[in-house]
Design a protein around this ligand. Sequence first.
Ligand SMILES: [Zn+2]
Length: 309
Amino acid sequence: MEEIVKLNLKSENDCLLIREVNSLVAKAKNCVIITRAGISCSVEIPDFISSYGLYNMIKSQYPELIVNARPTATHSFIKKLADMKKLKRVYTQNIDNLEELVGLDVDWQFERVRNCKAQVVQLHETLSKLRCNACTNICPFTLQYCDIFKEGKAPNCPKCEERENTRVKQGKRSHFIGQLKPTVILYGDTHPKGLEISQIAIREQNKADCLIIMGNSLRIPRVKDLIRDFARAVHGHNGYVILVNAMDVANKGWNGVIDYQIEGTCDEWVKLVDLELLNGKRILTMTKISLPNLKYKQEKKERNVLRQI
Ligand SMILES: [Zn+2]
């Protein structure tokens, strides 16, 4: 079974090799990216499985962090891949909706799966939007609603209120006024577009030639299944699976699934890939590379990517 090649961004030798890995990204034509909280940590939105995570933040009724959050270098990098027509789709577990702020299409309005133009699949929907529990009206989560949530209340739906005002003027009996709640889906809840997401992922697997897993600690069973499905498809197209995470998280169970694990922050890594996208040809002249723990890879010669001379 092929082992994962683990590279550390803080090692000078590894950084040279990481550039080789980055050249794979530069050459890929259909990248699928799976992201989690690790790509947003640099804007001070905590990982939502940590003790100070997003779910605790919701309970603490301090949603300003979401309203004020701004995209990171990683979000901009993903947008750049999209602009270069290299991005197939992003599947994110994040609920901050920062992809939309860099200009990626998160709109799920479509009639058929093959017509889905959304570049981002929000696996847990988003905290940046509020949905009425009566009429399903969707509103943006603005600062105006923050104070109401901080008081432990939920704001009334403006659409329901407008309808109610009209009814009162017409002398009709009053109706129920819905309340706005974050659209976020908690673990265990069913995603309203779960079937469509599965269908889109299956279609995507026909073409994906590079899978990049970013800021993800590989803990959620359904996402682990998604990663394994995509990895199988990517390897079938002679592509590569790259994991970028601040900590070493890929154990032996991921051998044969993940090809390269880069230990470092996503923002650090994307800056290096950016160089590769700009100077893709330069990497081909690099010949002298040495790193003992890559011997296994060299002996196998199955992928023959990291040349060791
Ligand atoms: Zn409503």
